[in-house]
Design a protein around this ligand. Structure first.
Ligand code: ZN
Length: 56
């Protein structure tokens, strides 16, 4: 799974005018999934289901 930082750099994710993350493909705002066993959190697109890891 790619990190949010990398996805931003590669254009898979973009930020809207309020600095919220959205899926570049779908234009949907990403949701946050809390994964207790993972470091950081998972950001997911509710439309296409792609997920990215957000490091603290
Ligand atoms: Zn999407």
């Amino acid at each position: 799974m790619d990190s949010v930082r990398r996805a931003l750099r590669e254009g898979e994710i973009k930020k809207d005018m309020y600095e919220r993350l959205e899926c570049a493909e779908c234009g949907e705002q990403l949701v946050t999934k809390n994964e207790p066993d993972e470091v950081g959190s998972i950001r997911a697109c509710p439309e296409c289901g792609q997920e990215w890891r957000q490091l603290p």
